[in-house]
Design a binder for this molecule. Sequence first.
Ligand SMILES: Cc1cc2nc3c(=O)[nH]c(=O)nc-3n(C[C@H](O)[C@H](O)[C@H](O)COP(=O)(O)O)c2cc1C
Length: 418
Amino acid sequence: MTLLSGKRILLVIGGGIAAYKVLDLVRRLRERGASVRAAMTKAAAEFVTPLSVASLTGGKVYDDLFSLIDEAEMGHIELSRDADLVVIAPATADLLAKLANGLANDLASTLLLATDKKVLAAPAMNLRMWLHPATQRNVTTLRKDGVLFVGPNDGDMACGEYGPGRLAEPLQIVAAIAAALESDTAIPLPAGLARGAGAANGALAGRRVVVTSGPTHEPIDPVRYIANRSSGKQGHAIARAAAEAGADVALISGPVNLPDPAGVQTKHVETAREMLSAVDAALPADIFVATAAVADWRMAETGESKLKKGGNGAPKLHLVENPDILAAIAQRNHARPKLVVGFAAETDDVLAHARKKLEAKGCDLMVANDVSAATGIMGGDTNTIHIVTREGIDSWPTLDKDEVARRLIARLARELTA
Ligand SMILES: Cc1cc2nc3c(=O)[nH]c(=O)nc-3n(C[C@H](O)[C@H](O)[C@H](O)COP(=O)(O)O)c2cc1C
């Protein structure tokens, strides 16, 4: 008996190159005891045959809004409601746009508008289509309307580009379906599942969370800068998880190659000083999570012109200390966030350094991790962390950064109400 046993899924298949993957999704769902009814768009039938879909679902495939026979057998309204969950996979840019704008000019879009069930969308498209402001606007609207999302994942695209836009893997979609069916609680959720309006009941509903993420860049001259290897993946995942848990989230991001998380107000900055003033502007908040790898030093002065090679050897770089954002916020007397969380990225004596840092900065919780090159944590997709508090140390297994984010947010939500 699995969570999916006896559940009825209405699968709306859109016309994308990833449509073939839904054949595997259907198989996985049926293996787990769910029944699947499929509706396909006209474009979907260009990518995968209705016959293949019918063979795998073991039933009729619906594709025509104006079919007298279908309407007599099961009207489109009944079809849209006779399910426990509606899943759109692949959710094309076109289907998302239609649903965000209330268009219903074929069977798939009509079902999506007529349903009274939760809708889970698994988008898949070229990364430029996904990152296009119109698509992002539609996704934001749909999240607000309560549509759940799984993926898209980063990766190689059929068109030869790399980035966000790949359909979530079938098992990832299965996990998202199980979570969507299971309950209305915000945490934990499987990778990539955003909660949309359901987040109104989330563990951080009504709370404000400010997160910093990524590196800072400190100019040496107009063309060179001091940087570090932080990718921003962990900080962005924390901002996303907080939003999924219903919080009002401000993300202050240094220069990263990541899309802004949907449903999060994101402010882009370059330097440590800009980051501090953006954090100041984003406060007050209930929780402040300082994930960013802020440069410790900057140039005392940066000139207007590029440093030139001369006969006098390498230039001496005169560095001064940057403001300590974590300490500045943790040691505030006025309007200090109730929970201030720091990250200690260390290459040796990780726990000892983290304990020292917890005291020195005055924060409530330190997330310690070993970022020496061999761990692959900086820039990678997984993280192995230790939560260091005055009460003790809690070491977590290696988890993907989304899962670390969700567990951390769940813990912070508990501490906030403790
Ligand atoms: C080869 C090919 C691949 C396509 N792949 C995608 C895709 O992955 N995602 C997407 O949103 N649109 C994709 N499109 C465009 C859609 O098929 C097109 O927007 C269509 O109108 C979508 O219809 P539907 O939303 O009713 O399924 C592709 C088009 C072609 C010709």
